[in-house]
Ligand binder design. Structure first.
Ligand code: IDP
Ligand code: MG
Length: 136
């Protein structure tokens, strides 16, 4: 039962711009995630390109990296039992139109590219992404 995990969450520029930071954080807290570390930053496009390197062959890669670096973001380490999958469930599908009722992307997402939040997709990637933003 005890499977405490950490995952990386990002509140993306579209949500920060609409002042949704505290509403989205309160959804994490209501769902028993602990926010272990957080910071508000704006990254360079070159850093976004590194972060999203797995998508470098996709047609949307350039726009995606421009977008993530287009304004302030909130990066957070979230902790909970089975945090990786629990966060993916709370976020909802990549495309807000397909996301389940009550999920962050259903409530706040604008479109497949402006979908308000990022969450690590595996425990291995969670560690890589946490190190990317928080390793000193
Ligand atoms: P995820 O964020 O749900 O893990 P990924 O497939 O890893 O989804 O894609 C990373 C990000 O790239 C998405 O959150 C979304 O912002 C963007 N993206 C994914 N698919 C598309 C697409 O078909 N068109 C435009 N942007 C996309
Ligand atoms: Mg992904």
């Amino acid at each position: 039962m005890n499977n405490l995990e950490q995952t990386l969450s990002i509140i993306k520029p579209d949500a920060v711009e609409r002042n949704l930071e505290s509403e989205i954080k309160s959804m994490f807290i209501k769902n028993n995630f602990k926010i272990i570390k957080e910071k508000k930053i704006q990254i360079e496009k070159s850093e976004a390109e590194k972060f999203y390197k797995v998508h470098e062959t996709k047609p949307f890669y350039n726009d995606l990296c421009s977008y993530l670096s287009s304004g302030p973001i909130i990066v957070m380490i979230l902790e909970k039992e089975n945090a990786v999958i629990a966060n993916r469930e709370l976020m909802g599908s990549t495309n807000p139109k397909e996301a389940k009722e009550g999920t962050i992307r259903k409530i706040y997402g604008i479109s497949i590219d402006k979908n308000s939040v990022h969450g690590s997709d595996s425990l291995e990637n969670a560690q890589i992404e946490i190190d990317f933003f928080f390793k000193v």
